[in-house]
Design a protein around this ligand. Structure first.
Ligand SMILES: *C/C=C(C)/C=C/C=C(C)/C=C/C1=C(C)CCCC1(C)C
Length: 267
């Protein structure tokens, strides 16, 4: 192993030592608190994924390196937020809405950047496309936060959030981004196609959690119940596993299959 490789290997170690001490202070995680346990498990999965993607950066072609680093950042930011969210949940039994949305506000735009990078790697991306994806993301998340935190009516926040999501779907299927992908190499095309599926099917899990937590599992007065908070958090946690880990693994898979396929005609 060369010195540079060794030094690169130190990056994950450095990130680990920078983790907040709260990561290690599991405030009485009860053995029957399955929501709390799911927060803990996902913390570990996100942490491991961070190290994995950073390590794999050295094994892919230059044009894919930034995509893998961005994937590692997504998992790292999520890992730190999961430590804090678990703590809020275990200490109060309440939904950690603020940490949840700060996490999403940072990681979803990073994932939009992934779309852009995948296409930019082969010179097919436009700046306008990136900004449109970002605006759709912001509308979706700010409306969702205001609805969940009680700044606006939960239904109004939900409807505006859905519109933001539909706008993203329009952009990646019928808009510029979708059209550009048609001209890309097979590895990029399959990455783009799979990532689109994640944004369509994987992302649909989030509004489902919102509907269960705020509209379905409510008591007679319309107030949310303890069961609703449990369901909301389990569904969001599951969605994050699919949409962060699976999404980044798809990028990694495309990057490694592009390496094997060094045919210049397809690059
Ligand atoms: C890593 C985190 C991700 C990929 C989070 C994605 C979040 C969403 C797709 C949220 C969507 C929502 C709607 C479509 C309607 C309103 C409520 C939201 C914010 C839960």
């Amino acid at each position: 192993m060369t010195l540079t490789k060794l030094l690169k290997g130190l990056v994950p170690v450095g990130l680990l030592t920078a983790l907040p001490s709260s990561a290690f202070a599991a405030a009485n995680l009860a053995s029957d608190d399955f929501v709390g346990i799911s927060f803990w498990l996902i913390s570990m999965a996100m942490l491991s994924a961070t190290i994995f993607f950073l390590w794999e950066v050295q094994n892919v072609e230059g044009k894919w390196k930034t995509s893998l680093v961005v994937g590692a950042l997504v998992c790292f930011i999520a890992a730190v937020h999961y430590f804090y969210m678990r703590d809020v949940w275990v200490a109060t039994g309440e939904t950690p809405t603020v940490y949840r949305y700060i996490d999403w506000l940072l990681t979803v735009p990073l994932q939009m950047i992934e779309f852009y990078l995948i296409l930019a790697a082969i010179g097919l991306a436009s700046a306008g496309m990136f900004w449109r994806l970002l605006i759709g993301t912001m509308v979706m998340l700010v409306a969702g936060f205001m609805g969940e935190a009680g700044y606006i009516n939960a239904m109004v926040g939900f409807v505006i959030g859905i519109l933001g999501w539909f706008y993203i779907l329009y952009e990646i299927f019928a808009g510029d981004a979708g059209k550009q992908a048609g001209q890309a190499s097979p590895a990029v095309q399959s990455a783009f196609g799979n990532m689109r599926l994640v944004v369509t099917i994987g992302w649909a899990i989030y509004p489902l959690g919102y509907v269960l937590g705020y509209f379905v599992m409510v008591d007679a007065s319309g107030a949310t119940t303890a069961a609703a908070s449990q369901t909301l958090n389990v569904v969001y946690n599951l969605a994050d596993i699919v949409n962060k880990l699976a999404f980044c693994l798809l990028v990694w898979y495309a990057a490694t299959s592009d390496n094997k396929n060094l045919n210049p005609a397809s690059a």
